[in-house]
Design a protein around this ligand. Structure first.
Ligand code: JFZ
Length: 428
């Protein structure tokens, strides 16, 4: 009984801790993901190209000779990231290929050791990011297909099995812990974005040990969920979620074209409008967007990606009130004309109106009275009326809001409905 109580108290305590630690993340909404590594030289898929035997391992690793970072300007990167309205950024400190961006003391494979760039490219990034007041996230691949003590190598070539040689596996775990310790000690990130967990169990990785290691440096560190069940938030896989994810905290990681890293042949870029729409979709379901860019080997960022970040910046700075700190909106049934979110206290309903509506915009199923309707970023007060409210019926009326053409944003106009209290919906 005592034990049970202790477990219960611990659970409550850690939940409480969690909710508080997650607030900056929950409020931040937009992050920029960066995949930068030797794979940008030939423009092949990051690590997977050799793992799947599309490129021989030696040829893949020879890309290191072409990684120059000759135009790398981390201040400019940080400036671009901040100008998009992102509040955090996550850089691949080491992908599955095992090539570290920093000067690791425990491994042979790193940008400073292998490439003409010849220097640590992580430290100046961290400094620039902190200089801009952005939160720092580090991506770290738990699996390392290059490491001799790691069991898996390519799809058709496995080095050994863990249970056949536990001492060899332990050497790998020690190596992983040593690299993670280096990262925490040197950079103390606000967020860890682990990856590659699927190849081993939580027990094999020692996931709880990794969590306590990084929390010993930063008790508030936020951890994504790709560490076999030990993280703080969910990362929906493959695509934009159709239904609202169950998780309280989630983040969609998303490419602008079809690749994480730079690939010369991939010109399938989404337009700024498409990315903005997906961002608003995430907001409406209470999640974050972690939007990926893939710089070239020289450190320049493709102009199509810059364009997307700039347009996000135009829109987020105008509509900051309807981005940061918002919470998931009401049922999509209430507003068929677009997406919705709510203010943290639930008393402001934000409507994201795409393009140019052909009549008044309509909201239904809202029990509250609307005290005021206004255009976010402009302040213009809007005429609104309730239709069809029958005194003998429980069903709320239709709220009609008149949005003049002069108030429209070229992409999404945001209307704020100030309610008489926290939103109450009626969905029958
Ligand atoms: C992983 C990496 O393998 C990939 O190279 C990239 O870095 C990406 C951000 O993360 O890719 C994944 C991992 C898990 C899933 C999909 C892509 N998943 O579980 O569907």
């Amino acid at each position: 009984m005592k034990k049970l109580f202790a477990a219960f108290a611990l659970a409550l305590f850690s939940l409480g801790l969690c909710a508080q630690d997650m607030e900056w993340f929950d409020d931040a909404k937009l992050g920029i993901f960066i995949h930068w590594g030797i794979y940008a030289v030939d423009g092949v898929s990051e690590s997977w190209s050799f793992h799947n035997e599309k490129v021989p391992y030696d040829k893949y690793m020879a890309q290191a000779k072409g990684f120059t970072a000759s135009k790398y300007n981390p201040e400019k990167w940080a400036e671009l990231i901040a100008s998009s309205g992102a509040k955090y950024t996550v850089l691949t400190s080491k992908h599955h290929d095992g090539v570290a961006l920093w000067n690791t003391a425990v491994g042979e494979l790193s940008i400073p050791a292998l490439t003409p760039a010849g220097r640590d490219v992580l430290t100046p990034f961290v400094e620039a990011v902190r200089g801009k007041g952005l939160k720092l996230g580090l991506y770290y691949s738990l699996l390392d297909w290059s490491r001799d003590d790691y069991p898996n190598f390519t799809v058709n070539n496995t080095r050994y099995k863990i249970d056949e040689d536990p001492a060899r596996w332990q050497r790998f775990v020690d190596f992983n812990f040593a690299q993670i310790r280096e990262l925490s000690e040197a950079y103390n990130p606000d967020l860890y974005w682990f990856d590659g967990d699927w190849e081993q169990t939580a027990q094999a990785w020692n996931s709880p040990g990794i969590i306590s290691l990084i929390r010993s440096y930063n008790p508030a560190v936020v951890v994504n969920s790709r560490i076999q069940g030990y993280g703080d938030y969910a990362t929906p896989e493959i695509g934009v979620p159709i239904a609202r994810p169950d998780a309280r905290y989630w983040e969609l990681c998303y490419t602008i074209n079809d690749s994480w890293g730079f690939q010369h042949k991939d010109t399938n870029f989404k337009t700024p409008y498409m990315v903005l729409r997906t961002f608003i979709d995430c907001l409406s379901n209470g999640g974050n967007l972690l939007l990926d860019i893939g710089p070239r080997e020289d450190g320049t960022i493709p102009s199509e990606e810059v364009k997307v970040l700039k347009e996000l910046g135009r829109w987020t700075s105008k509509h900051a009130e309807a981005v940061y700190g918002t919470r998931a909106g009401v049922s999509p049934e209430c507003f068929k004309g677009g997406y919705t979110t709510l203010s943290k206290d639930g008393t402001v309903l934000y409507l994201y109106v795409p393009g140019k509506p052909s009549g008044p915009i309509e909201v239904k199923g809202i029990v509250n009275a609307v005290k005021k309707a206004r255009v976010v970023g402009k302040g213009t007060e809007l005429k609104h009326e309730v239709y069809n409210k029958l005194s003998w019926q429980e069903t709320p009326g239709l709220i009609e809001i008149y949005l003049p053409g002069s108030c429209l944003d070229p992409a999404f106009t945001v209307v704020a409905l100030e309610l008489d209290g926290p939103v109450k919906t009626f969905l029958k």
